[in-house]
Design a protein around this ligand. Structure first.
Ligand SMILES: [Zn+2]
Length: 88
């Protein structure tokens, strides 16, 4: 984000599964973080990067949690409808 080269010791390998590696690197200068999914396939190594404001611990936490379901969204909607303190 600030054009500073990432330092190798700031890289963290968060998860590895099959041919996929999830990495995280945080810039020591500006604090921005990049989450990368590296995939090895027949075409070679592919990388998908994403700027994130999550910490590496938060990435691991959410990576292990269940995806948000339709029922989760409906339950949140009902809770917001019922409790007028949240949405007046
Ligand atoms: Zn930076």
């Amino acid at each position: 984000m600030c054009n500073r080269m990432y330092e190798a010791n700031n890289y963290t390998f968060l998860a590895e599964r099959d041919q996929h590696v999830l990495t995280y690197v945080k810039c020591s200068q500006c604090g921005s973080a990049i989450l990368s999914l590296l995939t090895l396939n027949q075409q070679g190594l592919q990388a998908v990067g994403l700027v994130t404001d999550l910490t590496s611990d938060e990435v691991v936490h959410f990576e292990q949690s269940q995806p948000v379901s339709t029922n989760d969204v409906l339950q949140l909607h009902e809770a917001l409808e019922k409790d007028r303190r949240i949405v007046p």
